[in-house]
Every structure is written in structure tokens, then in C-alpha cells.
Design a binder for this molecule. Structure first.
Ligand code: SF4
Length: 347
């Protein structure tokens, strides 16, 4: 089995010294002891720092983390190493557990590009023209925006979710590139994109990808659907981060260009050492702001607790507030049992 030192030596985003590794090992020990004492589980997003991934009980994309959170049976605390909206989703699907986010600066520029009040106004405007309008929100949205939505999707299932709706006219929130990807996959629907984007994926240009491919034409190019359409066009496969992990493990190809946030390349380098992963990536400052010390301190001082409004306890109407999300999403496996209009997260 590889040692921590060997695994971290394969990471390209950071250069770790032997002293760093010794420090991480000591922190891992402290974190594991605190985890036991607090009866906590640590979940981490693919984009987090490698030394945090190595102490997590579960690593995945936002959907996998939400599903994981909904299936936690024994732990009292979910230490959520992701960004704020993800921790909120974990709390929504698991209201009885304490959800901690180790650093409150871990926000998301894409989620912030769709304020709930602006969305409410846009829905009212569009409904005049399209009475059958459905609002599909990407999971990268605040709880208040989820409450205004008919259904929630992830990058892994967005076309499937849109295709499943009876509505012809769809307001897709908040990522315009993912909306464009969905529009290409589901041409029978009228997709109206919200004009948001992820600054990390938006920075990646087709020229960069072309340059790398020209130098190595055998590379398999994996692109995240939050990338610009002219970048997605150059891909061998357009996939969510976990889709990329599966693809890289299962396909016979030996060399990949991974076009998303850099953290995924680091995870792949540690987990699939027999293959090579080149970076066509940028760093997300929100995903990288949290340190291993933050994780330790979070468990030590029980901070920072993520709250969503309590269940409204019986209201069956769509209220358009975060309060109702916790009601709609409190059913089994993220599905609501709310009998009228539902907000769902689908696998
Ligand atoms: S990579 Fe983009 S979408 Fe993901 S957390 Fe960072 S800003 Fe938000």
C-alpha cells in the first residue's frame, strides 16, 4: 500500500516537503481521534486539498456527497469538506444531524450568481410568456433558490432530469454552459438559460486545449459540462467529476487531459497511479481555502454549524422560501413526499 508521502508526491497542484507530510500525519491522527470522540463522519468534495481527501471517510461529487449525507445512519456530526451550498444540501436532506463546514469562506461564485429575489422576478416575467414554465436548478444553488425550483439536478444527470419533465419550456439555473449542454442533449425542449457561469471553468479556452492536444494527439480529453461550449466540443467525453473518475479507471486509455478544477487531477493521480493525467485545469479558490488545520479546529471547537430553516411541519403548499425545501426534501433518499408541486433531487 502507498504511503501518504508516496501518494502526495504524485500530486501536481502543490509541492509538499517531507516536513509537510509529517505535519499532515500528526494532524490526521488528531482529526481521527476527534472524529471518534465526536462520533463524526468526514465527507470531502473531489476538488478539496489532497491532504484533506486522505483523511475523509468519503470523497465524491456534490450528488454523491448529498446521497452519502442522506444515508448517514450512525454518525452524530457530518464534517462537510465542501462549499457552503453543498453543506446546506447535506443539512436539508439530513436535518437531524449537525452539519459543520470547516471554513465559512468556502462559498461558490456560481451559486451566488443567482440570488433568490432575482430568480423570483424572472420566473414571474417568463410565466407570462410560457405558462408551463418549469424551473430546473443545478445543485450549485442556495437553499432559497432550491425552494423556488421544481426540480434539482446535478451535472451528472441534468439532461435526464430535463427530459423527464412534461414541460416544454425550462428555465435552467444558474449555469449557462450546463444549460447549453442540456439544450444540445434535449433538443425537444426550449431551454432558457440563467446567465451565470463558474469562473473556474469559464477561464479554460479552446486554444489552451488545442495547444496541449497538438503536442500529444493521443490524449483522451475529458471536459466538465460547466466549461464553455467551444471547449466541450473538443472533448472525447463531457462528464461530471465522478463520471470522469469512473471513465479514467475503466477505459483502456493511459493518458488523459482532465479539464475541470485541478483538484480532480490530484485525486486521480493518487488513486490511479498506473495512468497519466494532464491538467487543463484552474484552481477554485473557494474549494482550496480550507486547510487541514481548519478541519481539526472545526471538530475541536464544533464550528461552523450550517443551518437551514426548520421544517414547516405540515404545510403542503409551495411557499417559495427555504423553509419549504426542508419539508420537500425530507423524504427517503432526497425525494420529497410533498403531494403537490415537488422539489426533487434525482440520481
Ligand atoms: S469550481 Fe465553480 S462551481 Fe465549483 S465551487 Fe468553485 S466557483 Fe463554485
Amino acid at each position: 500500500m502507498s504511503t501518504l508521502c508516496e501518494e502526495l508526491s504524485r500530486v501536481k497542484t502543490y509541492e509538499y516537503t517531507a516536513e509537510d507530510v509529517v505535519e499532515f500525519e500528526a494532524l490526521h491522527e488528531e482529526i481521527r481521534a476527534l472524529k471518534k470522540e465526536r462520533n463524526a463522519i468526514i465527507v470531502a468534495h473531489n476538488y478539496y486539498r489532497p491532504e484533506i481527501l486522505k483523511v475523509a471517510d468519503f470523497v465524491g461529487d456534490s450528488l454523491e456527497l448529498a446521497l452519502m449525507a442522506s444515508n448517514v445512519k450512525d454518525a452524530d456530526i457530518i464534517e462537510f469538506c465542501g462549499v457552503h451550498f453543498m453543506a446546506e444540501t447535506a443539512k436539508i436532506v439530513n436535518p437531524s444531524r449537525l452539519v459543520l463546514l470547516p471554513n465559512l469562506l468556502a462559498g461558490c461564485q456560481l451559486a451566488d450568481s443567482a440570488p433568490a429575489d432575482d430568480l423570483r422576478a424572472r420566473i414571474a416575467e417568463l410565466k407570462k410568456e410560457y405558462p408551463d414554465l418549469a424551473v430546473v436548478s443545478y445543485v450549485n444553488t442556495t437553499a432559497a433558490v432550491k425552494a423556488l425550483s421544481d426540480i434539482i439536478c446535478t451535472s451528472a444527470n441534468a439532461p435526464k432530469v430535463v427530459r423527464s419533465l412534461p414541460n416544454k419550456n425550462i428555465l435552467f439555473v444558474p449555469d449557462r454552459n450546463l444549460a447549453n449542454f442540456v439544450a444540445n442533449q434535449v433538443p425537444e425542449k426550449n431551454i432558457i438559460p440563467w446567465d451565470g457561469f463558474c469562473y473556474v471553468h469559464q477561464q479554460i479556452t479552446p486554444e489552451e486545449i488545442d495547444r496541449i492536444r497538438q503536442a500529444d494527439p493521443e490524449l483522451e480529453i475529458l471536459v466538465h459540462p460547466e466549461c464553455r461550449p467551444d471547449v466541450a466540443k473538443l472533448a472525447n467525453a463531457v462528464l461530471s467529476t465522478s463520471g470522469m473518475v469512473r471513465y479514467a479507471k475503466e477505459k483502456p486509455a493511459k493518458r488523459f487531459l482532465v479539464v475541470t478544477e485541478c483538484g480532480l487531477t490530484d485525486r486521480l493521480a493518487m488513486e490511479v497511479p498506473e495512468k497519466q493525467f494532464l491538467k487543463g485545469c484552474k484552481l477554485c479558490t473557494f474549494m482550496k481555502v480550507t486547510t487541514l488545520d481548519d478541519v481539526r479546529d472545526s471538530l475541536k471547537y464544533m464550528r461552523y454549524e450550517i443551518e437551514v430553516p426548520a421544517r414547516c411541519g405540515g404545510c403542503s403548499k409551495r411557499q417559495g422560501s427555504a423553509l419549504c425545501v426542508s419539508l420537500w426534501l425530507c423524504g427517503e433518499k432526497l425525494f420529497t413526499t410533498e403531494p403537490q408541486r415537488n422539489t426533487e433531487i434525482r440520481e
